[in-house]
Ligand binder design. Structure first.
Ligand code: ZN
Length: 268
């Protein structure tokens, strides 16, 4: 059995790993609705598969995944589990601090939940960086896939939002059995002067948080923002390869980073 995860190892094996390496991949996701065609675990599954594929190539250990994220507006649909940003900051901070206490010095956090998880995760990692001296970085498929995503997307401007073309294509490649593409429906946002969720378009942007009601209204009846009907397994394959390649490069760079850890206590 392949053993990529820390939870599969003994403490003695972790000790031996730390004698020769100090990198760890930490996958974080969410459990939230992803339309009628994708599973609730979508974001965690993406982070997990990316972590596993990058770990296999770079011979890096993977921390136990976190299946929960900050998904307040998705509570409009059944099955979504949302933790508060304060909890997310604490969980990530305390997980990283535990790992650093044992000697991990370079921590690659993969965020499968994209923009919603990012602010709390940035707060946690900035604190960790300053308090411990460890090298810590967040890799988010939205952003480490920027170059290739702009090339392969066919959706019109505003069409990359939630459970859309790219997210669906990616899942068709990595977890085809969990995608029911016949149920994918298109829900493009109405043209507005300002743009909201689509990170791959040029234009003036503002940030306006959704309320549960406004989100339900804007995404009903499916929960989708964008156009998943343009999704193909081929696009997912191209995207996944680019994401894994970038993660591998990031891990190699992390191994070369100069780190001087401060003496820290565990979280009590
Ligand atoms: Zn998602």
């Amino acid at each position: 059995m392949e053993k990529l995860y820390l939870y599969q190892w003994t403490w003695a094996e972790v000790k031996a790993y730390l004698k020769k390496d100090s990198v760890i991949i930490v996958p974080f996701g969410s459990t939230e609705q992803h339309g009628l065609h994708l599973p609730l675990g979508n974001d965690a599954l993406v982070a997990i598969r990316l972590a596993e594929d990058a770990a296999r190539i770079t011979k890096t250990i993977v921390a136990p995944p976190c299946w929960y994220g900050w998904s307040p507006h998705h509570m409009a649909y059944p099955g979504t589990i949302s933790i508060t940003p304060e909890t997310l900051i604490s969980v990530l901070y305390e997980v990283l601090r535990s790992l650093i206490y044992h000697g991990f010095q370079r921590l690659i956090v993969i965020n499968g939940h994209r923009t919603a998880n990012l602010p709390p995760m940035q707060i946690a990692t900035t604190r960790i960086r300053n308090e411990t001296g460890a090298y810590v970085t967040i890799a988010d498929p939205f952003y480490i896939g920027d170059t290739v995503s702009r090339k392969i997307r066919e959706s019109p401007p505003g069409g990359i939002g939630h459970a859309e073309e790219l997210e669906t294509s990616h899942m068709m490649h990595i977890f085809p059995d969990l995608v029911d593409i016949k149920k994918a429906v298109k829900n493009l946002p109405h043209k507005k002067k300002f743009h909201f969720a689509d990170p791959y378009m040029i234009g003036d942007r503002v940030f306006t948080p959704s309320s549960l009601e406004s989100f339900r209204d804007a995404t009903k009846p499916s929960g989708v923002t964008g156009d998943p009907t343009l999704s193909t397994e081929e696009k997912g394959k191209i995207l996944h390869k680019a994401l894994v390649d970038n993660l591998v490069e990031l891990i190699k760079l992390a191994r070369k980073e100069k780190v001087s850890l401060k003496r820290i206590t565990p979280c009590f």
